[in-house]
Design a protein around this ligand. Structure first.
Ligand SMILES: [Zn+2]
Length: 405
């Protein structure tokens, strides 16, 4: 079993020696800006920080890196392989613990080939034949209209984007942003037009109306199912926003664990994660700009790319940051297109305004059909066991994406 960052006294002493002498035990002051405790004696800062839980001073580097644990182990057994004249072969799976949620994911060691480009002809033609409600000529009569008392209008329009209520309510508020006049856009088309980000911004405008009138709706997310492989029932490009009083499971666990981490360490998990990923440089894609791009240690699928915004809430992301996000997302989409994926799921998460323990963040996960029967790539593990499986290690995803960044 590989573990990192455990606070053993031997490791502490080694790091402590590297950091040099600590001058006394200065008083601790509350720093107003980010609520983080720092020593009053500036000669001590920035070399060390006080660990309240252990009531000891730790060198600053150790304090930060030691909080994030990338834990994994390999399980293996032998089978007689029919593809190699029944020679013994070691079957291996790597179990990884997510450093925030502790939920496990499995990286399967099995050789894979890039799939052929998916044939979407039938999905596109049948969606046109069945009269698409999101196409311009049908939109007015076939889609729902907003509650004017809440949104101030029945249709919220931002350029090419129209926001409407979802006919199926997945939360207290369930909205759809139609992000294209064209019925079908390739992944590359989505990348070039910047349609996704315009849809996200329009949904945030709609969410702002909800926030003004309904203080109980505190949990927001923006999501996308692209193409039938992802569970998307309509081909016409769109993103979905849900808002309500109760978070989804992953959203709840992420918020609870981030808050728990902040209380325990008086530091933000997401900042510590960024620093650790920067140091290791194994899954980092780009950490130079406002948006931090990386491939998560415990992936939620074959290609899982994540990003962190510079603010805790999506509502306070500045226009320049959205523009930067658009450029980064275009690179990721272009990569997914080259990998011939059949669809993707995307989610963006936000806290309420100003929580120091949180960072607005998101993930995009590729979807594919499995040969020879075009089977779904989600099985009993994901549906029942809450366990995600991937065949491409995140370190490989990060390496490939970095080359084209
Ligand atoms: Zn359409």
């Amino acid at each position: 079993m590989m573990t990192e960052g455990l606070r053993s006294s031997a490791v502490y002493e080694e790091r402590r020696r590297e950091a040099g002498p600590v001058k006394g035990f200065p008083r601790v002051l509350r720093q107003q800006r980010n609520g983080k405790r720092i020593p009053e004696d500036s000669s001590c800062f920035p070399f060390c920080e006080y660990d309240k839980r252990y009531q000891r001073w730790y060198p600053r580097d150790y304090w930060r890196s030691g909080m994030i644990e990338f834990r994994k182990l390999i399980q293996s057994s032998t089978y007689l392989n029919p593809l190699e004249a029944f020679e013994p072969r070691e079957g291996k799976v790597e179990i990884r613990w997510d450093p925030l949620t502790s939920l496990t994911a499995r990286v399967v060691h099995f050789p894979t080939r890039r799939p052929g480009r998916p044939d979407l002809t039938q999905a596109i033609s049948s969606s046109v034949a069945s009269k698409c409600p999101f196409c311009h000529e049908n939109l007015d009569l076939m889609t729902a209209r907003l509650d004017k008392a809440l949104f101030g209008c029945e249709r919220l329009t931002r350029g090419d984007v129209t926001v409407i209520p979802n006919l199926i309510s997945f939360d207290k508020y369930s909205l759809v942003a139609i992000i294209s006049k064209e019925h079908y856009l390739t992944i590359q088309g989505l990348a070039e037009k910047g349609s996704m980000v315009r849809g996200v911004e329009a949904l945030l405008d709609a969410f702002s109306c909800i926030r003004e009138k309904d203080g109980d709706a505190r949990f927001f997310s923006i999501n996308c199912n692209y193409m039938p492989a992802s569970g998307g029932s309509l081909v016409h490009p769109h993103v979905q926003g849900i808002a309500g009083e109760w978070p989804t499971n992953y959203q709840r666990i992420m918020i609870e664990k981030s808050s728990e981490f902040f209380r325990a360490h008086e530091s933000t998990f997401w900042d510590a994660l960024m620093e650790k990923e920067r140091t290791l440089s194994e899954r980092l894609i780009d950490g130079e700009g406002r948006i931090f791009w990386f491939a998560p240690f415990a992936p939620k699928g074959n290609i899982d790319v994540a990003w962190l915004f510079s603010t805790s809430s999506l509502f306070s992301v500045a226009a320049e940051e959205w523009a930067e996000f658009n450029l980064g997302l275009a690179k990721v989409l272009s990569y997914l297109d080259d990998e011939h994926i059949a669809g993707f799921n995307l989610s963006l998460f936000s806290s309420e305004e100003g929580e120091a323990y949180f960072r607005a963040n998101g993930r995009i996960v590729a979807r594919r059909f499995l040969p020879p029967t075009n089977a779904a790539d989600v099985n009993y593990l994901e549906k029942i066991h809450m366990e995600h499986v991937c065949l491409v290690p995140p370190e490989e995803v990060a390496r490939q994406l970095k080359e084209r960044w």
